[in-house]
Write a protein that binds this ligand. Structure first.
Ligand code: SAM
Ligand code: GLN
Length: 300
């Protein structure tokens, strides 16, 4: 009889788990297997293959088995690892806060471009930014990592999200002072906590935008694990945009710019909500060529 203990090397485990994940319809079986195993072995995915014949220790096998079990039940890899890469940063994530998406990097990229353009026209001035719905703090931290001299206020209604955002802020505090950046986190409902006279050069948001009726149709990883409050945009998915146009844009300076992540099919719906005080600059597409960012500015 073959000893099973000796068979559980890095390579056999990766291969076995890949097949097991495939059977359970996990979308990226090999990647997930490698990420979870690297997490357990406390090394990078590449490092796994430097030592692929190495047998795993019993406690590593036990920890890995638990993670695999939870993964096939639907728990996203990022929650299992407690971390997610976004832009050039590793961010803490936990259940209770949305896992930052690659789509949102398009919003960050377009925001960086627009802020840099603004900075060329306003030399040495600090650029003030309001962000609504910060979650992990992904967007302002990514901006701080790519820009200097920005002053950001980020709001979220969720206490859980703000706890994680604060942890991420502490983890990446090197992106602040030495770069002349500041980031303040505030708990509140959209614009309600702001003084009436508060005005910003930019407002940026990835708000919840899934129509309520479509939430139940989301893949189980999202539906059963991620916070509904981060996703549910009301009956037509446009509630947050409606409120941003109604109550948010008065917090924009004249010529101030608004950058919003949107659902791929929401351009027309959003254009129909546009108040006279705002105009569209452009719609930017994500890496899959879907409309993903609405960029506009406040008129005089
Ligand atoms: N900015 C993060 C990102 O891109 O990964 C999270 C975006 S998530 C789609 C939307 C966020 O808005 C969630 O963190 C949620 O808690 C927050 N949110 C929901 N309703 C809100 C409200 N009324 N006021 C402020 N934030 C809200
Ligand atoms: N893109 C996210 C998803 O597919 C939705 C994010 C949002 O509502 N802002 O789940």
């Amino acid at each position: 009889m073959v000893s099973t203990v000796q068979e559980w090397t890095v390579l056999t485990i990766v291969k076995w788990t890949e097949q097991y994940f495939k059977k359970h319809y996990i979308e990226s079986p090999r990647l997930d297997a490698e990420m979870l195993l690297a997490f357990v072995c406390q090394c990078s995915r590449i490092d796994l293959y430097l030592d692929y014949d190495k047998p795993l220790r019993a406690e590593e096998r036990e920890q890995f088995r638990e993670l695999v079990k939870k993964r096939v039940q639907g728990m996203p890899v990022a929650y299992l690892m407690g971390e997610k890469g976004f832009w050039n940063l590793d961010l803490f994530v936990e259940r209770g806060v949305l896992i930052p998406r690659p789509d949102t990097e398009t919003l960050v990229e377009k925001s960086c471009d627009a802020i840099q353009k603004w900075q060329k026209l306003h030399l040495k001035k600090t650029c003030s930014i309001l962000e609504i719905g910060t979650g992990t703090g992904a967007i302002p931290l990514a901006l701080c990592s790519s820009l200097q001299n920005i002053c950001c206020i980020s709001v979220d209604v969720s206490e859980d999200a703000l706890k994680i955002a604060s942890k991420n802020l502490r983890r990446h505090s090197n992106l602040l002072n030495p770069r002349f950046n500041s980031l303040k986190l505030i708990q509140g409902n959209q614009f309600q906590m702001l003084s009436r006279s508060a005005e910003f050069d930019f407002i940026i948001s990835n708000p919840p935008y899934i129509p309520t009726g479509q939430i139940a149709l989301l893949q189980k990883e999202i539906l059963f694990y991620e916070p509904k409050q981060a996703l549910d945009g009301g009956e037509d998915g446009l509630d947050f945009y409606r409120n941003i146009f109604l109550n948010g844009v008065k917090h924009l300076k004249v010529n101030g710019e608004l950058l919003l992540e949107i659902g791929y099919d929401q351009v027309q719906g959003i254009q129909a909500l546009l108040p006279d005080s705002m105009e569209l600059i452009c719609i930017a597409e994500d890496l899959q060529s879907h409309p993903r960012v609405w960029h506009g500015n406040r008129l005089g």
